[in-house]
Design a protein around this ligand. Structure first.
Ligand SMILES: Cc1cc2nc3c(=O)[nH]c(=O)nc-3n(C[C@H](O)[C@H](O)[C@H](O)COP(=O)(O)OP(=O)(O)OC[C@H]3O[C@@H](n4cnc5c(N)ncnc54)[C@H](O)[C@@H]3O)c2cc1C
Length: 387
């Protein structure tokens, strides 16, 4: 195996890697080919307790830190799997854990920890407003002991493999709030009770094997107790949870990055053309070495983001930078790996083209590269806001 920035927590790394390898490349290839959900794999991860890493032990979880959780995600991707099928189950519960009432936490967290309830989905993005989240149009209006939801979401992942969904909707019209970020609220939606009764879900076929959907709300009634925390503070709650999400996605990209480098090194050293291994040529070797250095640098930023998060210190800058650097470097490694494989890089049997598509997503979702650059420009470096 190629060296990584650190090979700490070997017991977590070995166990996760062994679980992923039990399924093997052919399993992930087949699931991708059939556009199916990796049900058996996600079930095995859940049963082994990995998805409940961040849930405190008092609610039946493993009570691990973000560093350990990020290693779980890294190892899934590094061993050839794709955490994108299930990462929501690990971090979507954060909003509930941090801002839910004791009653909500007692009711839902133990079942989320055991996997009996899947909280895989979070509905934020909308077709007309995109990244401009505070202008989203979905409304939740309080009527007696209910909220009535109307509006539309897009790209909402894993709904068909989830029991619960976090929903961000506007509860006070934009014209009536002082700050755009005010007046948004978070709800925990019981999907079985909602789908077909005011909520409609339409799958979107996309470049990766990622179950994602358009969602339409037409007078969906939610019990008032679905609200998480205080009405109107949902945007702040959402931001609170995003640092963990950014660091975990960074770790997935780092796992992908090491996977690409390892495959490129192996193939480049074995493939003989013009009577020599192709990796003997600097034109083949250097892009792999360059990508590897960038993955390792991103890996260190991931550790820094997780260290600060686990120490309850501000980590917004580090989490965003880690996600950005990791997504860029895994993409660079993906290109180097594909190029090294020549025509075989395009053959599904080599898995390179599948991982190539999977890792490309992370320059767009859950936040696009430009938005991170503007965050760093404005909030870290103090330059004028660009929009
Ligand atoms: C497979 C997949 C799964 C997803 N899953 C979820 C999910 O589960 N839940 C959810 O809520 N969302 C989800 N998303 C949505 C994702 O978070 C958004 O696609 C992403 O945040 C970008 O938003 P957008 O697509 O509306 O792009 P837009 O906001 O329309 O932006 C398009 C492009 O323009 C750039 N841009 C926009 N404004 C500026 C500016 N001012 N300066 C510079 N550049 C700018 C952006 O960086 C981007 O590259 C998913 C998306 C995909 C593709």
């Amino acid at each position: 195996m190629i060296p990584a920035a650190r090979n700490d927590f070997p017991e977590i790394r070995d166990a996760v890697r062994a679980l992923v390898r039990e399924f093997g490349d052919s399993y992930f290839r087949e699931v991708d080919d059939q556009r199916a959900y990796p049900e058996a794999f996600v079930e095995a991860l859940t049963k082994a307790g990995w998805m409940a890493a961040l849930i405190p032990e008092s609610y039946g979880g493993a009570g691990l830190g973000l560093t350990e959780a990020s290693i779980i995600m890294e190892e899934i991707n590094r061993a050839g799997g794709n955490s994108g099928a299930c990462h929501g189950q690990m971090y979507n519960m954060n909003t509930l854990l941090r801002h839910g009432s004791d009653e909500q936490k007692q009711r839902f967290l133990p079942e989320i920890a055991s996997g009996a309830l899947r909280l895989q989905s979070m509905a934020v993005t909308e077709p007309t407003t995109g990244t401009n989240t505070t202008e989203l149009k979905t409304r939740a209006e309080r009527r007696g002991d209910k909220y009535v939801v109307n509006g539309q979401k897009v790209w909402i992942s894993r709904i068909q493999h989830s029991d619960l969904m976090i929903l961000l909707a506007r509860t006070t019209p934009l014209e009536e709030v002082k700050k755009k970020a005010d007046g948004l609220s978070i709800f925990l939606v019981d999907l079985q009770a909602a789908i077909g009764k005011g909520m409609e879900v339409r799958p979107i076929r996309n470049m990766v094997n990622h179950e994602t959907n358009e969602v339409f709300f037409d007078d969906l009634e939610l019990p008032a107790e679905s609200l998480i925390g205080e009405e109107g503070k949902g945007f702040r709650y959402l931001l609170d949870g995003l640092n963990a999400e950014r660091a975990l996605i960074a770790a997935e990209c780092i796992g992908d990055g090491y996977w690409f480098v390892e495959r490129a090194v192996q193939y480049g050293s074995e493939r003989i053309v013009f009577d020599r291994p192709i990796a003997k040529n600097q034109g083949v070797q250097f892009p792999i070495a360059q990508a590897y250095m960038e993955v390792r640098a991103a890996d260190l930023m991931r550790y820094e983001a997780c260290r600060l998060f686990d120490a309850h210190q501000p980590c917004g800058a580090e989490a965003n930078m880690a996600k950005h650097l990791a997504a860029e470097s895994s993409w660079k490694a993906a290109n180097a790996c594909l190029q090294t494989h020549g025509g075989f890089g395009f053959a599904a049997d080599y898995d390179v083209e599948r991982k190539f598509r999977e890792t490309r997503l992370y320059q767009v979702a859950p936040i696009s590269s430009n938005l991170i650059l503007s965050f760093v420009g404005e909030h870290v470096l103090g330059m004028p806001r660009s929009f």
